[in-house]
Design a binder for this molecule. Sequence first.
Ligand code: ARG
Length: 458
Amino acid sequence: MSKLWGGRFSGSLDPFFAEFNRSLPYDRRLFDQDLDGSIAWAKALGEAGVLKKTEVSKLQRAIKNLRQKVKADPNLLVAEDEDIHSFVERMLGEEVGSLARKLHAGRSRNDQVATDLKLYLREAVQKLGACCHSLMSRLVQIAVEHPATPLPGYTHLQRAQPLTVGHHVLAYVEMLDRDRTRLDDAAKRMDTCPLGSAALAGSGMPVDRRQIAADLGFTAPTRNSIDSVADRDHVCELLFAMSMIMIHLSRLAEDWIFFASQEARFLEFSDAVATGSSLMPQKKNPDAMELIRGKAGRVAGHLNAMMMTLKGLPLAYNKDMQEDKEGLFDAIDTCSACLTVAATAASNLRFDRERCLEACSYGFLDSTDLADLLVAAGVPFRDAHERVGIAVRQAIQQGIELRDLPRALQQELFPEIDQPLAKELSIEKVLARRQVLGGSAPKRVRQEIKRWQKKLAT
Ligand code: ARG
């Protein structure tokens, strides 16, 4: 294996350490970005008068050829080189001989890898955003089908008040929309080009860093060479954005796993995303959702690992920083896979309207409405709460719901309310009362659906 730094050494590397030191097995993902950076660098060296015009075009042609060669045979990347930068330099050498050795003037693998990674992340952010978008669209579609389907809402996992399926699912659309803005923010902050910072002190070649940044599609060059090569904020930030997505997905997974349980039976997953048991013939398990819930820990773990790697790390580049890639790449793969699987699960979900309605009908989910009716009749809320609480206690003793209280008892307990409770506490009325902005009323849900459809279309 040829090394980029052999001159100072007389001994050879311990083979086990050589393998331990290598990053090519995972940083080969940065192949295209490394080539993009090299094209820009060759141009910059040409403009700075370090390379002749003919040398620049020869190098750039060789880089293009190399891209084609690897595209045709990706296995070429399974090589012995130390890292992607060494691989590219060796392969260019095979094309243009010693000219390849001129390309590294005024450049270091430190600014190279920092640039490659930012270029790679720029695309990753786009892809993750697109995955969020398609899941959001699927969720909105569920709301379209169920703007008024009642669903028991829980606090403390105790039935609380009726919601609509549409309202519940749109809660996750809100979360994913914030996630998208977090991705965009991260992309904005990583939009500065480190190339030309060299090892840590800034390139010794008189390159135009503004031009390099523009050539690589960055808004601006970084402003401090030390920070340029030592900064991995963007890695942490993207890992956080992805962790948050995964945490949201894990909560969605948990809600739907519970909704699909025999205890709830509010929904059924399609066969496309459920599995059976090797022993119990009757089982239909929500594996897709469980895996998503499980993988949330893995992505959040990568965030923690990266922050711990950076903690206390002296300026500027240290080899510790090579550890920035594996977890990051795994997080990107995991997060986008989970978004995709969640979208598949969402596309084929079947809510059981009758079962949902039944679940909303028992357990005094309308108690708050009765108290609100008393408030409307002028009763102070605390008194109303107390009186409804007493009524609930009596109803529990009789094994009935509030709406079933005998008419005489209703008149005795709540003389302020003339209409029969059965009418006032119907599920339609209870849902329709939540008309406040952000509320669960079907009318509101329909408005929100329209808002999201418009927003997602742009
Ligand atoms: N493979 C290295 C990494 O991923 C590239 C930078 C190496 N720099 C160095 N000074 N050894 O971080």
